[in-house]
Design a binder for this molecule. Structure first.
Ligand code: UGA
Length: 438
């Protein structure tokens, strides 16, 4: 079976390599020649652990990348993996790239092939595309459309692609079962090896599964951050609270880490796009809580800026070290990153920020060129009046507070991820400030 993957961003590139690992001949197609050039040389255009070895194994063998969509023509399955960013001036998702991918594919669709959407789209999109493909496929070719949402986490993308928690196959009721059969063949090894549960649904349910999952995750994080706000008002400790409620299996401890909140290219834009789509469907009340989740999340960023102001007073001219720029560790992705947005707000308030991140500096400098960037933790913290820990890279957790205390102008640390050793910092003479902790 031959597979094409349209769009080779964080999702598509890893999916293409994953498909090659599963044994298929794969062509990854992207409109960006620079990205294609890197991938063709088995180099990753973004940082993702475990991804490069997969490229090294398969590029030049059964995996190749191109800007030429005609090379997708012989594929039996086409995965659409392009981005659906937030529209400018609206909460809704921008479907330009999905539409462009389907437009580009359309003349090359062969009879019996299947187009499989993986992008996160507003519910209803898949049916529109299915109808379009049925009407416009060349020479009356019978081409099915399915929706197979992706649940991979950046930083764990290879593992999540090859060993997903579950597979969701959204299929068009009138299509006769061909798409499900093809998807079962594509994922046969994963299903057999890991006993991966497969949930077969209609198209709108598959689209909704994805946004419902991300909405739930965002809600869990904002819930604990709301508890952090209460803990701050009451003098309680949100980390202990999370441990205690997390022991209840119905609640669970995962995704209950209070701090500067969620960011990235998915959770923030997905809950906004979901709200916008629900409003179009006349169901805005049902997801009104998501607006509040978004607001709680963004408040945590402001809270950190306010904490800096509380401790340092007048901000202009102050020196602050920011450890972290990526939205989470093991990623160089700075889209909607809490770390970068806090650094930016401090910079705009006149603070001299010095940011250090092990992987995300080039991406951060691209979108925020005016911020101060340091080449190392040592350089960032030298002479700082506050150190902000905003992305929980393991190497930040391992810093020696006693050594760092000799480098800073003032030993004040704000732990935006609540994962530094507070006792060790205090013992080394630091003022340690966690979020939602006394
Ligand atoms: C998220 C979902 O977790 C994936 O299942 C989904 O496939 C993906 O979006 C997507 O839609 O493509 P990802 O954006 O990689 O994955 O990041 P997460 O691991 O979900 O973290 C999101 C943000 O929440 C990060 O900024 C992280 O630091 C923050 N977070 C996470 C917390 O603040 N507290 C927590 O307890 C957990």
């Amino acid at each position: 079976m031959r597979v094409s993957v349209i769009g080779t961003g964080y999702l598509g590139a890893v999916h293409a390599a994953g498909m090659a690992e599963l044994g298929f001949d794969v062509v990854g197609v992207d409109v960006d020649p620079a990205k294609v050039e890197m991938l063709s040389n088995a180099r990753m255009p973004f940082y993702e652990p475990d991804f490069e070895p997969l490229l090294e194994t398969h590029v030049g063998g059964r995996l190749h990348f191109t800007t030429d969509i005609t090379q997708a023509a012989s594929a039996d399955v086409h995965f659409v993996c392009v981005g659906t960013p937030q529209q400018h001036g609206s909460l809704a998702a921008d479907l330009t790239y999905v539409d462009a991918a389907v437009d580009a594919l359309m003349p090359h669709l062969a009879d019996g092939s299947v187009v499989v959407g993986k992008s996160t789209v507003p519910v209803g999109t898949a049916q529109v595309l299915a109808d379009r493909i049925r009407a416009e496929a060349p020479r009356g070719a019978n081409v099915a459309l399915a929706w197979n949402p992706e649940f991979l986490r950046e930083g764990l993308a290879v593992k999540d692609t090859l060993h997903p928690d579950r597979l969701v196959f959204g299929v068009d009721a009138g299509e006769g079962g061909h798409a499900e059969e093809v998807l079962r063949r594509v994922y046969a090894r994963t299903i057999a090896e890991d006993q991966t549960p497969v949930v077969v649904t209609d198209l709108p349910t598959a689209e909704l599964v994805k946004v419902a999952a991300n909405s739930f995750l965002a809600t869990k994080i904002s819930f604990i951050n709301a508890m952090a706000e209460i803990c701050e008002a009451a003098g309680a400790d949100v980390t202990k609270l999370a441990d205690a409620i997390g022991h209840d299996e119905r609640i669970g401890r995962k995704f209950l880490n209070a701090g500067v909140g969620f960011g990235g290219g998915c959770l923030p834009k997905d809950i906004r796009a979901f709200s916008a789509r629900a409003a179009e469907l006349g169901a805005s009340q049902s997801v009104a809580f998501l607006i509040e989740m978004d607001a709680i999340n963004l408040r945590r960023r402001e809270h950190v800026v306010n904490l800096v102001r509380t401790h340092l007073g007048h901000l202009p001219g102050r020196k602050v070290a920011v450890l972290g720029a990526a939205f989470k560790p093991d990623s160089d992705d700075v889209r909607d990153s809490p770390a970068l947005s806090i650094a930016g707000a401090l910079h705009l308030a006149g603070v001299q920020v010095a940011i250090y991140d092990p992987q995300a500096m080039p991406n951060a400098a691209k979108i925020f060129p005016t911020l101060g960037y340091a080449d190392s933790v040592d350089e960032a913290v030298a002479g700082a009046e506050a150190v902000l820990h905003l992305t929980e890279w393991p190497e930040f957790r391992e810093l020696d507070p006693a050594v760092m205390a000799t480098q800073v102008a003032r030993p004040l640390v704000i732990d935006g991820r609540n994962c530094l050793d507070a006792q060790a910092y205090r013992a080394a003479g630091w003022t340690y400030v966690g979020l939602g902790r006394p």
